[in-house]
Design a protein around this ligand. Structure first.
Ligand SMILES: Cc1cc2nc3c(=O)[nH]c(=O)nc-3n(C[C@H](O)[C@H](O)[C@H](O)COP(=O)(O)OP(=O)(O)OC[C@H]3O[C@@H](n4cnc5c(N)ncnc54)[C@H](O)[C@@H]3O)c2cc1C
Length: 442
């Protein structure tokens, strides 16, 4: 128990500064008698675990979800809350080369389908998460980037019906107050939500459907035997016929099967002080989500109450003192909005994005042990969509297939060096972005 309290203090420190917690209480699980055996035990209380718990319980399974800290402790209460048709890091050409034309189109079509699924789910009356499909403006940092973005949109439009509008230089001001761009694309099927409210509302839905949520309790190991699984915790142990590991970027060696397949990448996020709606609208006239071209980029968005701006990306180093981080953020964001100063960045926090070596999210199974995750930074939409697919697979419902089903969830080679390799690669990509901008526009 002593170890458990130390973990909780460290967890509280890790969450300090997170704007999404302001004015939104932690979800307190309903008190329920714990049983010694369940149909399914789920490890991880983020969007994936909560959605799977909810769906399985709705189908009549007895479900226990174990979360080591509070509900949404991982990426699910730290993210940007941006919803959209996440495509694939390889793009249409890369996917076609890797998997052939038909599969490439199916994978990309899934991105469009996932948004429809999410919008439908999150529009249900019990879903309280401030969803607003206001669109996303993606700025082009160079003319070459703009050409490339338009080309990719045309290909995706033809292949899977992606909806987009080309933003010419003269219209940039309709979407952003930043002068950093030479053009852009508007994605009307994107939007934003409040991440912590989403975690809370999924938790409530899971409990209403009958799942039991156990928080502040790490799963320390999973053992397989003839009758199923034994999931160990520092408190009680639980038997289960099936187990779902949904620990994603917060996996460690205790959840080795998923940990071996995920590269966690630290991302900094900052919410400004209260700027007021007028100033926020000057930064984003349509109250839209913002992204930009480049290998290493900054994303940004208005807060759901339209009074602050939120920025994220590789904009601050987690190990630096808070005032240094604010200065780092001001320096990075100054490229977009030079009038923001270090003191404006009131809230600063960090989160771990779960990457995979093939840039794909995955569901995998080994005889009753299920893995889900690896959304590569686009997990708000993908986690809900993939959780629905996983529930369908586990309960034998139709509509469970995804075009990724026959693609192996690859193990990361030399996993213990992966975070170091990811940091090195990020620096290399940032350098290539700088070199690209120094080149003459085409
Ligand atoms: C900074 C940041 C910004 C992002 N922005 C966006 C965005 O704008 N749009 C978008 O689509 N996606 C975004 N993402 C990605 C998205 O947040 C994630 O993909 C999504 O939240 C993943 O949910 P999850 O449930 O799979 O994992 P998580 O939310 O990370 O949940 C995993 C949980 O497992 C728990 N856990 C780990 N080990 C154990 C154990 N042994 N026992 C019990 N519990 C355990 C952890 O405490 C954690 O709560 C962002 C991510 C980050 C980090």
């Amino acid at each position: 128990m002593t170890i458990h309290r130390v973990e909780s203090r460290a967890a509280a420190a890790d969450m300090r500064g997170n704007y999404w917690h302001e004015g939104v209480a932690d979800h307190v699980p309903r008190p329920r008698d714990l049983k010694s055996a369940y149909d399914v035990v789920i490890v991880g209380g983020g969007y994936s675990g909560l959605s799977v718990a909810s769906g399985l319980a709705e189908q009549g399974a007895s479900v226990l979800l174990i979360e080591q800290h509070g509900i949404g402790f991982g990426a699910s209460s730290r993210n940007g809350g941006m919803v959209g048709p996440s495509f694939h890091g390889l793009g249409l050409a890369g996917l076609t080369k890797a998997y052939g034309d038909t599969k490439a189109r199916q994978i990309l079509a899934m991105g469009v389908e996932a948004v429809d699924y999410c919008e439908d789910l999150l529009s249900k009356p019990d879903m309280d998460c401030d969803l607003r499909m206001s669109g996303r403006f993606r700025g082009a940092r160079t003319e070459a980037d703009h050409h490339a973005m338009i080309g990719e949109c045309e290909r995706l439009g033809a292949a899977v019906g992606l909806r987009y509008e080309i933003v010419q230089p003269s219209d940039i001001h309709l979407h952003t107050g930043s002068r950093a761009y030479v053009g852009g694309i508007l994605y009307p099927r994107d939007g934003g939500l409040h991440p912590k409210k989403l975690a809370n509302t999924l938790a409530t839905r899971a409990e209403v459907n009958g799942a039991t949520l156990l928080t502040q309790m790490p799963a320390t190991s999973i053992h397989r035997d003839a009758s199923g699984f034994l999931v160990r915790t520092p408190g009680e142990d639980f038997r289960a016929r099936q187990v779902v590991i949904a620990t994603n970027g917060y996996s460690d060696s205790r959840m080795a099967e998923l940990h071996r397949r995920i590269v966690p990448i630290d991302v900094a996020v900052s919410a400004t002080r209260h700027l007021g709606e007028e100033r926020v609208r000057a930064m984003s006239p349509g109250l839209q989500m913002h992204g930009e071209s480049g290998r290493i980029f900054i994303w940004s968005r208005p807060s759901p109450d339209h009074t602050r701006f939120i920025f994220g990306g590789r904009i601050a180093s987690k190990s630096a003192p808070p005032d240094v981080q604010r200065a780092q953020i001001a320096a990075a964001v100054g490229r977009l909005f030079p009038d923001l100063i270090a003191d404006d960045f009131q809230h600063v926090w960090h989160g771990k994005i779960a990457y995979t070596t093939d840039h794909s999210p995955h569901i995998a199974q080994d005889d009753g042990l299920w893995l889900i995750g690896g959304y590569c930074g686009s997990g708000v939409t993908r986690s809900l969509y993939f959780a629905d697919k996983l529930v369908r697979k586990m309960t034998g419902q139709p509509g469970s297939a995804t075009p990724l089903d026959d693609i192996e969830f690859p193990v990361v080679p030399f996993r213990s060096f992966a975070p170091f390799a990811a940091r090195t690669l990020t620096r290399y990509y940032a350098l290539r972005d700088r070199l690209d901008r120094l080149r003459k526009p085409i």
